[in-house]
Write a protein that binds this ligand. Sequence first.
Ligand code: F0G
Length: 487
Amino acid sequence: MPQCSTVVSVHSIAMSYHSPFSLTTEGESMEKRSWAEPYKIKMVELIKMTTKPERQAAIVEAGYNTFLLKSEDVYIDLLTDSGVGAMSDRQWAGMMMGDEAYAGSRNFYHLQQTIQSYYSYKFTVPTHQGRGAENILSQLLISEGDYVPGNMYFTTTRLHQELAGGTFVDVIIDEAYDPSSKHPFKGNVDFDKLDRLVDEVGASRIPYICIATCVNMAGGQPISLSNLNALRVWCDKHDIVIVHDMTRVAENAYFIQQREEGCDSKTVRQIVKEICELTDVATMSSKKDAMVNIGGFLAMNDAKLYERACELVVVYEGLHTYGGMAGRDMEALAIGIGESVQDDHMQSRVGQVEYLWRQLDSAGVPLVRPCGGHAVFLDAQAILPHIPQEQFPAQALAASLYLESGIRAMERGAVSAGRDKSGANHLPELELVRLTIPRRVYTQAHMDVTAESVIRVMNCADQVKGLRFTYEPRVLRFFQARFEECT
Ligand code: F0G
């Protein structure tokens, strides 16, 4: 763990709280315009700073795993953007309108109608969160020996596919594995990889392809509309269903609006709907884009599949008109969906992530580029070249950042990747630490403190030691694993 106290001030770094996109009004030259959050603060939650000896004790107690820290020992919590967003006054008002009937809650119908209108899917099955939907879908569509291609894996998604007897196959473009590549749509599918899979196993062994919008493990990188259109054609040709992991679809739509040719005059809301209309089924963790603390759903257009999902949801979640959700939570979700697709919300949401990204980039911190939608990803292997991947550099970096500053980040590298079916460690090409920005929660000053802290840890990186397991859970090990420092 670093004991270095070198101070590199971010004030020496050129920075501006500007939209990266110059705005013009008629008759004016291209001129940067500042923007501010499209909301004001009505209630605050107090947080406290701890001392370094307190943090040293806390991280050892937590087995160097930031998931095992107590939240009250954390100063700025960038572990995740999941379930930690700030709800609006309208969402809180919606909570008071909960219809907590066991069956046929008014809020369910409002949610279903909102999903039809914003996302286009006809049928909705609420679940307690995203992985509840993944479980049901995997059981319904995957048979033993099937292959499920996807634009990179997500931890819970892949595990449910494997538990159902499937094998995940990564078909994302190669650029997604290169942190320095500036490809604007690193979430795109590589059709050569898909064709090869069909040649090898046959289309009948591929029940669906799972496409994530704003691919989490790739660094929050989007898929383009043109790639998705081409995928629709390819899937129709092979009679393969497209499943959409739409957890961060609004952020993906924002990047399409900003980066894809011919899309700048469309609203985020229009693009979100266009993306959804290109797909058949969706799993959603509504704890992200839609800014609720808990909830998710499975949605689809096929009536037969809906019928079967209704049969399974009662086994794992609850009746098909509430799944795992309270009526009040479904109401807050319906309202949150509407707020999540507003252009000014998205500009501020992704703008804040970009603000942090630019500060770190100007200071020479190795990052995944371009900036992603929900988080800034540090390239741990580049920051800690002296730690071999078997000693989990990203896990060690996240622990060091906490010790230095009280900021909690998340490992997204070899620990998260787990083991393959033979028991060997997956050693992914991306060994990253994720600084995840909750929606509408932190201020520009919190981002400044975060940048200063990361730079400080980087400046004494050689003092950070590798880690080894003292306890390793059998599945999704990153959540509860414990480590000690290698000597
Ligand atoms: N898909 C993606 C792309 C996710 O990022 C997540 C969760 C899920 C599915 C599962 O949803 O948590 O509601 O069961 N991601 C969180 C994260 C945990 O921190 O990235 P869930």
